[in-house]
Design a protein. Structure first.
Length: 269
């Protein structure tokens, strides 16, 4: 089992409840897309799985561990097995691309090698190979603050490819990319999951990418799971209900119409 949640809820520090009653699990190597309107709780869920936030209630297991019962050193080791791709990668602006990619393995290296890699790239070839998969090999020694938002997103993806984690959590990883590049970048994440056996969980506003690349799709709304289904069973009616009352994101393709209305309750595989 890659992760398991039982009755998990999350209340943020300001008292806002972001998640309620989530129960789901994923086997190692599974690929799941998380879709749903803005504020549905997708990022909150990924942050829980990444052990960056502690559940307010319920039981959470990640990579066969209960993160919040671990000692600090064990928790650091667990986090080093998890790779996160952020919508806006938290990369210091003056950093060179090569260093940003190599940072993917900082948690796996000893302190000496990690510090040395910040000054002198210890594996520029490996970093370049990861960047090449995103058509970014020629930017290896550029400074990150000279990159566009989309190029920076691809550096963030290259970093997680280089890391080779057991669990990849991608939060809107291609939101700044054009449709062709977005498709190619998601394909690389999928390929990584297939070749390394990593579990892949990606939140996506682009529903068509979720349905094309992910065998399993979670629909979230208002902090709850509305459905957990194989992609082929996600109907236009389910999508209409999931996004009901939401203005489409700028440039987003309209949702398909037709189909009978949605039955109440969570729909699961
Ligand atoms: N750090 C925080 N403190 C307080 N409330 C938060 C925090 N982060 C998120 N929230 C709230 O929790 C709810 C879920 O937010 P979350 O970012 O998980 O949604 P999302 O589905 O990822 O949205 P989007 O698609 O817009 O990124 C929202 O109502 C949000 O305002």
């Amino acid at each position: 089992m890659s992760f398991q949640l039982e009755g998990v809820g999350l209340v943020h520090g300001n008292g806002h409840r972001a998640l309620r009653g989530l129960s789901l699990s994923a086997r190692a190597g599974e690929r799941l897309a998380v879709i749903g309107p803005s504020g549905a709780g997708k990022t909150s869920l990924l942050r829980l799985l990444g052990c960056g936030l502690r559940p307010s209630e319920g039981r959470l297991q990640v990579l066969a561990a209960s993160p919040w019962q671990l000692r600090p050193a064990e928790l650091r080791r667990l986090r080093a097995r998890i790779g996160s791709v952020h919508q806006a990668p938290p990369i210091p602006p003056r950093l060179r691309v090569v260093t940003a990619v190599l940072a993917g393995r900082l948690g796996q290296w000893g302190l000496g090698r990690a510090l040395w890699s910040l000054l002198h790239p210890v594996d520029a070839v490996g970093a370049q190979q990861a960047l090449a998969r995103l058509d970014m090999a020629d930017r290896l020694f550029d400074r990150c603050d000279r990159l566009s938002g989309g190029q920076l997103q691809r550096v963030g993806i290259a970093r997680v490819l280089y890391q080779r984690p057991d669990l990849i959590l991608a939060d809107e990883p291609v939101s700044a990319l054009d449709p062709t590049l977005a498709d190619a970048a998601v394909q690389q994440l999928v390929q990584q999951s297939e070749t390394t056996g990593a579990t892949l969980v990606a939140s996506l506003h682009a529903v068509e990418l979720a349905l094309r690349w992910f065998p399993r799709v979670l629909g979230m709304r208002g902090g709850e799971l509305m459905f957990d289904l194989p992609a082929r069973e996600v109907t236009p009616a389910l999508l209409q209900a999931l996004y009901a009352g939401e203005a489409p994101a700028p440039g987003a393709a309209p949702l398909p119409t037709a189909e009978p209305p949605l039955a109440a309750g969570v729909m699961c595989r």
